[in-house]
Design a protein around this ligand. Sequence first.
Ligand code: ZN
Length: 419
Amino acid sequence: MPFCNPLEFFAVSIQFQIEKNSGPGRVGKLRAPHAVIDTPAFMPVGTVGSVKAVSQDLLERLGVQILLGNTYHLYLRPGLDVVRRMGGLHHFMGWRRAILTDSGGFQVFSLNDLRKVTEEGVTFRSHLDGSTHFLSPERAMEVQIGLGADIIMAFDECTEYPADRARLRESMEMTLRWAARSKKYFEEHKEEVPWASSQLSAPSSQKGGGGSDQWLVTSGKSDERETSDQALITNHSTQALFGIVQGGMDRELRRESALRTMEIGFPGYAIGGLSVGEPRELTREIVEYTLEHLPSDKPRYLMGVGTPEEIALYACMGVDMMDCVLPTRAARHGLLFTSEGRISIKQARYIEDDGPLDPQCQCPICVRYSRAYLRHLYAANEILAQVLNSIHNLHFYMETMRRVRQEIAAEGRKRGPKQ
Ligand SMILES: [Zn+2]
């Protein structure tokens, strides 16, 4: 009962409830200030406050409950001050459900060859205009608090691959120190989040409600209404800050990173530093090993992964949240995920193929358009090709996760309420 304790009352950020287990896999509900999220959840990536080629009302109809924003990109353009003055990222982009922002660290490390890393933070050049910027744990928190996502991430160093053990340890130790600094700054400034102030509208009163006429979806039709009704936002809601486990491909360092990050203490934990060029099998091994050392009652977020097969696999292994640019990026390149495998729509074999993209798919694209038309749009370099392809691929990912949740829940019923 958080209301019995004023300190806890002010600390309301997220609530995580596991409803069914099947082996290591679990289904649950993550109650965040702006939405209730069914887990395991896939989070589409909205890099600069936009999931490329897909509008916010379409994302709602696809059943997206949480999306990811990239702090690095938003910090550079339009800039923190603009987003903060516009009431935070939710209000600015007209998105009333949940958002998670990354810390900016990953992009600083992956997009900048001229970066300079010190204990204090990272100096880097903007990929837009070459201007010099500095991100530290404190600055990354300040930016993420100003953007106002429901869930924000500690500032970490994403270690390159491959890296030797000495380098991995040094990097992991710095990430731990940065995690402690992130938490300290966050605790001192979390009341500054834009929507903590009563002057701004709660999501239910934002314009452009929508979302109740969700498409397709084989089950769970009431999810959307529940999403807005049961979110946690009050004038005393705060964001939730997640810690990030690093340690590269070294099992012992992964274990140590997990335990020491848990000692600092966060309401959720992410597995970072994967999908950086290592073999897929190694990713799976490190994820499985790291999960064993994370608390089972807290949400676990695997960052930047993966293909439809991989997100299903990791969900069954006990991951609760995932994000990846793959469905939208692949769509823009004409690569489409279907129940019959991958299709490269640009191929000449589809020129006069009147069938649907995926006969098993109930998305609005497959219901209405032929492969021949989608192939034509792509070949003609029409903007609509990117829109339609992105909607189908996102639907495929959301549907994949929905099916995994159903399977885990069904298995869990057979085996009883507890694992
Ligand atoms: Zn489809």
